[in-house]
Each structure stands twice: as C-alpha cells, then as structure tokens.
Write a protein that binds this ligand. Structure first.
Ligand code: ADP
Length: 434
C-alpha cells in the first residue's frame, strides 16, 4: 500500500503557560492521501490551528510523529503552504510583486518569476490588477492575491486556515468556487488540501472528508466521508445529510428526536411549542456562556448576571437546548461544541447554523412546505395562526407565530412584511454548484 501523503501518529501538544500545562491536542491520528481534500471543524480552542502548524512542520509536537510521504518530517515542510484567514500582503508592493516575492524566496530567476506570477494572477481572476496595491483591492481580491501567492510555490499540500471567513458572502462564494475549479480541474499541482473552517456547510460543500474535533483536550471525535463527487450542487440532499450528521455530532443528542422536537401540526404526536425566546436573547446567552471559563454557568445566577428575570432565562435556555446549543444538568448550563461554534461565528455563519437547526423542527418543516405550496409562495399570518390554534390555545398560537417569525426571519428561511402581515419565500439564490 502506498504511503499516505501526510500522516499524524499519536500527536499530542501540551502548552505551558504560567506554570500550568495545557493539553491543546491529545493523541491525534490523522491521515491525508494524494488527491484528498479534508476539512477540520470544531469549536475554537480545539487545536485546529495548532494541528495545521504541526502538519506543515511550523511547530514540532510535544509527542507523536509527523510523516510526509512515509518519511518523518524534520523542520518546515517545503512542499506545504498555509493560507490564513487574512492573508498578510505587503502593502507597499503591487499585486504582481506580492506574488513574485514568494518565488523570489525560492530562488526562481526574475523572468520566470514574472511569467509565473502573471499566470497565477490571471488564474485566480485578477487579470488587469497586477499593478494595483493591496489598499486598492476589496477583501475578496486581497484574499485571491493570497491564494495566488500560496499557489506560486506549487505546494503539494495546501493548508487553509479559515480562508473565507473574513470575506463577505458573495466574495466567499466566488472564491470557494474558484478554488474548487482550480483543484478539481487539476489546474494546480497541489496533491492534497487540509482546510480549517467554522462553517459546516462550507466544509461539507468543499471537502471529501470531514474531521470533527472537540476540545478540553483537543482531539478528533469523528470523521465522515462526503460521498458526492465534485462539482456539487449546494442543495444536494446527500450533502444536507452529512451536514446534519456533523451538526448532530457537535450538538450531542440529548433525547430521541420525536420527543425533543415534537411533531408537525396535523400529524399524530405532540406538537411542541417553541420556547418563547427571541434570537437576540439566545445569542446573548450563548455569548455570555462562551465568555465564562469552562462554558458552564449556574442557571440561577444567569438571570442576575444578564439582568433579566428567571422566566426569561429559562425560556432562553430551553431554546438553546432545543437547538442543541447548550445542555442543562444539575442546575448548570453548559455550551455544546455547536453552541460554542455559534457564539464564535460571524453573523453569516450564525445564520446558517441557526437555519440548519430550525429546519429540523417539524413546525418549521410544516410551515416551509405550506409556503412552498401556497400561491405565490405567500401566506397571511392569520392563516398560520388559525392552523396553530387547532393545536394550541389562541393566545399561545399568537405567541408561537411571533417566535416562528422571529426565528425564521433571522435564519432567512422566509421573509415577513410587518405592514402587510404576509409571510413569503424569497426567490432562491442563483446556482452555486461550480
Ligand atoms: P483552534 O484553532 O481550534 O481555535 P488553537 O490551535 O489555536 O485552536 O489552540 C488550541 C488551544 O491551545 C487553545 O486553548 C489556545 O489558547 C492554546 N494555545 C494555542 N497556542 C498556544 C501557545 N503558543 N501557548 C499557549 N497556549 C496556546
């Protein structure tokens, strides 16, 4: 059997700080084969960046072995490159020069340097911007220069540390597409990609294999293959199945789904009322917990800390539990890895996480199907209330509608006209399968 391109064997990393030892990675075993695109996901602090540094030889682990093509890695791996979240460009150099420096450092002669840099700039879609300075470019364009520079040295192993997280949604989508095209089209000599992201949808859309990590201590808890060839369609149900599974691993399931989530209106079984909690309060709670050492908190003290009444807190905590963001045991609330991921994510990733979680809830599934089938994909809110009133007392049905609207709008599952009282589905986005 041929050697793996990269193999981490029983890798552990202990950091020492203030006389204390802190296990950042514990007994990590990971392989990456030729032709593979693997993605690391997990909450902040689970050691993803540490793992990338170790994989590229920028850091020597406390114990364990790193093999590259079957050989122990000594020092920085010259065949590997890392692209960071915000790729540091030299502000005083033009785009062309910024790419050329990487080749210069490798002793490539000037003429070839220029030719290769120009070709790469063209390939990432920045043709015509060779003479521009970083400050004249958008964030997405700057990140493209970063990719061109990383690609210039023709890395066999390309490591990406949250390369799209600092970009706006359109730039991120475009750049993901371009990277996939270079990679799957064999237009770059890269043999394998190892990417870190907070964005589970992005991970599953791009990767062949998802490596799920957890923290305290940082370790690998699960791996899942994504059994769908590229190019993929964003809405492919096989991708959604893997996304759900990864969320499930990160959230931890506390009860069987029908008990946890209830049934849809009109279906047999109990329709579970959604906790009357606003998304804003929920986000505030998760942020507060994330800022608490250990991510745990006495339930009774939360109300005091957050300056709200305990009923409010209980409803918010119940929402967090329902969505898999927190667990409650013996009066303590603790964030799940998914809750931590949410608390640390940017606004767009938060919306995606939230959307994926509420889509599991039968009440939302039911409402989306109803909207999909409705004429013009529009429904008056009173129609929804009437349907809910078959299951709940009228005032509860009214409140449920408010919660459904608050959550659904935040997740951008549907829109709602405050003045017209109409819920509607917005036209779906353009295809993004490339
Ligand atoms: P992630 O990328 O998943 O957020 P990191 O690899 O950055 O995780 O960090 C893992 C843990 O190790 C964190 O708790 C972090 O605070 C700690 N850590 C990272 N680098 C150092 C360091 N140089 N010294 C001490 N602790 C560190």
């Amino acid at each position: 059997m041929p050697d793996h391109l990269l193999e981490l064997r029983h890798v552990s990393q202990v950091y020492r700080a203030g006389g204390q030892q802190f296990p950042a990675l514990q007994d990590v075993n990971l392989t990456l084969d030729d032709g593979e695109f693997a993605v690391l996901v997990g909450p902040s602090g689970c050691g993803k960046s540490t793992l990338l540094r170790i994989a590229t030889g920028l850091q020597v682990p406390t114990s364990g072995q790193v093999l590259y093509r079957g050989q122990p890695l000594h020092g920085v791996n010259p065949r590997a490159t890392i692209v960071f979240q915000t790729f540091a460009l030299f502000p005083w150099l033009t785009v062309l020069r910024n790419v050329e420096v990487a080749l210069e450092a490798r002793g490539v002669p000037p003429e070839e340097r220029r030719r290769r840099a120009e070709e790469l700039i063209d390939r990432v879609g920045l043709d015509g911007f060779e003479g521009a300075y970083p400050r004249e470019l958008s964030g997405g364009m700057r990140q493209k220069v970063g990719f061109a520079r990383a690609m210039a040295v023709e890395p066999e192993l390309l490591c990406l540390d949250e390369p799209f997280s600092a970009l706006d949604v359109l730039s991120a989508r475009a750049l993901r597409g371009e990277l996939l095209e270079l990679w799957t089209g064999g237009k770059i000599p890269t043999r394998a990609i190892l990417m870190v992201t907070h964005n589970i949808e992005e991970a599953v859309f791009m990767g062949d294999r998802i490596v799920v990590m957890d923290k305290n201590p940082g370790r690998v808890v699960a791996e899942r293959r994504v059994p769908v060839p590229q190019p993929r369609a964003m809405k492919d149900p096989r991708l959604s199945a893997v996304v759900d599974e990864v969320y499930g691993i990160l959230a931890g399931t506390t009860q069987p789904e029908p008990v946890e989530l209830g049934s849809a209106p009109g279906e047999p079984g109990r329709l579970r009322a959604l906790p009357d909690a606003a998304v804003g309060s929920l986000a505030g709670l998760l942020e507060h917990l994330a800022a608490t050492p250990g991510g745990r908190h006495d339930l009774y003290r939360l109300a005091e800390d957050l300056g709200v009444d305990s009923d409010h807190i209980l409803r918010t905590v119940e929402a967090a539990e329902l969505l898999g963001f927190a667990t409650v045991a013996e009066g303590d609330v603790a964030l799940t890895p998914l809750g931590e991921t949410f608390a640390e994510a940017g606004i767009l990733a938060r919306k995606e996480i939230f959307a994926t979680r509420i889509r599991r809830i039968p009440l939302f599934r039911w409402l989306l199907e109803l909207l999909e089938a409705a004429e013009g994909k529009r429904l008056r809110d009173e129609v929804v209330v009437r349907a809910l009133a078959l299951e709940f007392p009228a005032p509860v049905a009214e409140r449920q509608l408010r919660v459904v609207i608050d959550w659904g709008r935040y997740a951008e599952l549907f829109a709602y006209g405050e003045d017209t009282g109409v819920l509607f589905l917005e036209p779906t986005e353009a295809p993004t399968s490339r």
